[in-house]
Design a protein around this ligand. Structure first.
Ligand SMILES: [Zn+2]
Length: 349
């Protein structure tokens, strides 16, 4: 059986819209809402929310086999306001360990808890070349020295508080999405690219009049970047869980942007041997370009479920993402490969 085709325009349109929705962990509600609205057009799916705020979509079919599940996350790296400085600028507390050098001079939105969202940018506190000269490049990029300059008239803590900004307010870094020549360049392709993979797979199958072979739960997780997203939300009747998350591209890695990858082992140890072999066999049967790889600094939502006591076979697949947790980039070939792999899995028994 051949796989239904994917509409690349739809894929890119959905992904770009999702990338442009700010959704740091803890503030991912708007991205969950957006995915929920998109999935609500498929009447095959029964949608619900966990108390934690994740979205669960169930595609129920008649089958004697136990259900399977797939998960992807829409939360991203980000920050919250840690302190308002006496000069009116903000110190931040990072969410998910974004590296300061990757966001220096980046535009941000500060979502003021008592007011409007306010524009600003991340700077080192020795930013002006004409004031600090060479010393500016020697200042350590750390929590102490990085600050947000607000595009509002404030030079004091009092004036900044008057803007409605409070300690703990969400700060989102600009994604800077660009689509060129089959490449998609943006922050937070991790894991919004894989969210697009799942939505595109559902759409292609639904439009082709196809259903999965077994009932499927899709868990759209909202706390992955802090390590416990999918620790809950997957029913105990589920026998297999495929985590769809980015593959690691860089020196020493097998993964690339033009393939999908099956991760055999990451920081949390090896995945499930039997399910890995099933995923490999499906990729080979459907001529899906894939790699196997080992990720040195990586944990997945599937492992969060395992750690929480989830009793499933577990695998991890995803498209190669260059410069992950930095200024990321993907290619349509890897994204299509991953979407095809998801469909091949859903259509298998
Ligand atoms: Zn991820």
């Amino acid at each position: 059986m051949s796989l239904p085709s994917i509409n690349p325009e739809y894929f890119v349109d959905f992904l770009v819209k999702l990338l442009n929705i700010a959704s740091p962990t803890g503030f991912a509600g708007p991205a969950i809402d957006f995915v929920e609205k998109e999935l609500s057009q498929f009447k095959q799916l029964e949608l619900s929310r966990t108390r934690k705020g994740a979205l669960v979509a169930k595609w129920e079919v008649n089958s004697d086999l136990p259900p399977i599940a797939l998960t992807a996350h829409v939360d991203t790296l980000g920050a919250v306001v840690k302190e308002i400085k006496s000069n009116g600028r903000l110190k931040l507390s990072r969410i998910g360990g974004i590296q300061w050098n990757t966001v220096e001079t980046e535009g941000v939105w500060v979502f003021a808890s008592k007011g409007e969202k306010i524009r600003g940018s991340v700077l080192i506190d020795t930013a002006s070349g004409h004031v600090h000269g060479a010393a500016g490049s020697e200042t350590k990029r750390n929590d102490e020295h990085m600050e947000v300059r607000l595009d509002a008239r404030t030079t004091s803590e009092k004036e900044t508080r008057a803007l409605g900004i409070n300690i703990g307010d969400c700060v989102a870094f600009d994604p800077r999405v660009e689509v060129t020549n089959g490449f998609i360049r943006s922050r937070f392709l991790d894991d919004k690219a894989c969210m697009a993979n799942i939505v595109a797979a559902v759409k292609s199958m639904a439009e082709a009049g196809l259903s999965p072979e077994r009932s499927v739960y899709f868990l759209i997780s909202n706390y992955e970047e802090v390590g416990h997203g999918a620790s809950t939300g997957i029913p105990s009747e589920v026998a297999e869980l495929v985590t769809v998350d980015m593959a690691v591209v860089g020196a020493g890695q097998e993964s690339d942007e033009f393939s999908a990858t099956l991760c055999i082992k990451d920081s949390g140890g090896p995945y499930h041997f039997g399910l890995n072999n099933k995923m490999r066999a499906l990729a080979e049967k459907h001529n899906i370009p894939y790699k196997t790889d080992v990720y040195p600094f990586y944990g997945s939502d599937g492992e969060a479920f395992w750690r929480a006591g989830g009793d499933v076979a577990l695998a991890l697949i995803g498209p190669g993402i260059d410069a992950s947790h930095n200024y990321e980039r993907a290619h349509m070939d890897g994204l299509v490969a991953t979407t095809n792999w998801i469909m091949a899995y859903l259509l298998s028994d």
